[in-house]
Ligand binder design. Structure first.
Ligand code: DLL
Length: 442
């Protein structure tokens, strides 16, 4: 079968739920939601306690808007119930466990029944297919394997789609490059900053990243911008699409982007009901198009039903396009806990990425350092950014000034810019750390 035949054949097999009308989808959401809240209330003591305290009962959920009466679930709830207190099925029905790294506190543990794993694989397959991946393609999976949901989640989805999976995991960049050259994969799954690391390492070896067999990249697990998409697409000669998810809600594949429109990830609303709330006043549920914090309720999960989970991801809901019934999410501008407040101005790393990548002398490799200079009460932000290999040290002085001015104009913060040598900043192996907070701890 030629590539084109494969593409044409798989184009015809969208899941039925991808093509249903919005009315049909909302009817499905309501019945699944009613089931899920009752199921969670009956099986998970935390939900019973929280619903009772809030004075709501599953029978109060008569229409979709009633969801707003129910209490939120937070990462803290999962931590307090560590390890298995949120599970709604006996342990022998839990087919797999994943967990967050726990770098910022106790790990959060999530579980899946066999059916949950099948649903997850189906939704990742759906996301990959939307992003251009087709049955029969070779898929190089550079998401980290292990307790992180990225590696195994993407793996199972690619297999379910009918691809040949290369389970390389993250890291060992030299080896990744050898395998890309030898195995000739059609698609790569990675974090955007790790793909950048791979492209960068190729160039160092004298390999043109645009010359590989790769045609598609499905990127997620960290915020990235349109400017980064452009950077990766042009240097690698690929189509790069977004995939979104989080372990507490499922893992990758909660939402996926269509390659023909590249206009944001479609939330798979037959399995998740999204809401946007005001992050500062969570009692306010915002309308479509308004910016706020994304909240999810699972509609089909068995092992870990999740009710109104506060993701801390800041975005907005937009109408469906390539999959009309499934709303899209705007790009995640940042996480509320990644927000830098600098002298009263809110700032996210993705804003810096957006501005820096428009300046031709500057590379996408940057980090943000927060300090409080001796004897001063004011915090200082320094943007450390590598110059492009092709430009001279002399030409970067003006680029630094432009970056500083643009940040002042578009973000409102004064900062210092330090243009450093190519290759001097830490490279990503997965989720890249952008912020280095060196301020004295209070
Ligand atoms: O990162 C799941 C995942 C793996 C998604 C692979 C996509 C690809 P967690 O480790 O629980 O799960 O981290 C979830 O990562 O709340 C967002 O802040 C961020 N994130 C995930 N996808 C995107 C994306 C996985 N496409 C957290 N854009 C989320 C921006 C993303 N941020």
């Amino acid at each position: 079968m030629t590539q084109e035949t494969v593409a044409a054949a798989s184009e015809a097999v969208l899941d039925r739920e991808e093509t249903i009308s919005r009315d049909e989808l909302e009817a499905l959401q309501l019945s699944r939601l009613q089931h899920t809240v009752a199921y969670a209330y009956d099986r998970v003591p935390l939900y019973k306690r929280k619903f009772d305290e809030a004075g709501v009962h599953p029978t109060d959920l008569r229409e979709l808007a009633d969801l707003g009466k129910f209490p939120f679930t937070t990462k803290e709830d999962l931590r307090l119930e560590y390890p298995f207190g949120m599970f709604a099925v006996p342990q022998h029905e839990v087919a797999r466990i994943h967990a967050s790294s726990g770098t910022t506190g106790r790990a959060t543990v999530v579980g899946y029944t066999k059916k949950d794993l099948a649903d997850w694989a189906k939704l990742v397959a759906r996301s990959l297919r939307a992003s251009g991946v087709r049955p029969g393609m070779k898929v190089h999976n550079a998401y980290g394997y292990g307790l992180f949901t990225g590696g195994m989640g993407a793996h199972a989805g690619a297999e379910a789609l009918g691809c040949t999976v290369i389970p390389i995991s993250g890291g060992q960049t030299e080896r990744q490059i050898t395998l890309i050259q030898d195995f000739k994969p059609d698609a790569i799954l990675a974090t955007p900053t790790y793909l950048l690391t791979i492209a960068d390492a190729m160039m160092k070896q004298g390999i043109d990243p645009a010359s590989t067999s790769l045609k598609f990249a499905v990127l997620g697990a960290e915020p990235w911008t349109e400017e980064m998409r452009h950077e990766l697409e042009t240097t690698m000669n690929i189509k790069a699409c977004d995939i979104y998810g989080l372990s507490e809600v499922m893992g990758p594949g909660v939402a996926g982007e269509a390659v023909e429109t590249q206009d944001g990830s479609h939330i798979w609303e037959d399995h998740f009901r999204p809401e946007i709330i005001d992050a500062f006043d969570p009692s306010v549920v915002l309308g479509d198009g308004e910016h706020g914090e994304l909240v999810f309720t699972s509609l089909t999960k068995e092992a870990l039903p999740i009710i109104r989970y506060r993701t801390k991801d800041l975005t907005r809901l937009l109408p469906g396009t390539a999959r009309p019934a499934h709303r899209r999410m705007g790009r995640i501008t940042g996480r509320s806990d990644d927000m830098i407040i600098l002298r009263g101005v809110n700032l996210f790393p993705s804003q810096i990425e957006e501005i820096a990548l428009r300046i031709p002398e500057l590379s996408p490799h940057f980090q943000l350092e927060l300090t409080r200079p001796e004897g001063q009460r004011m915090d200082q932000l320094t943007v450390k950014i590598e110059r492009r290999e092709s430009v001279t040290v002399e030409s970067v002085a003006s680029a630094a000034k432009v970056l500083q001015q643009q940040i002042k104009i578009h973000v409102g913060s004064s900062c210092a810019v330090d243009v450093v040598e190519p290759g001097s900043l830490e490279r990503s192996n997965g989720k890249l750390r952008r912020i280095y907070d060196m301020r004295p701890k209070a």
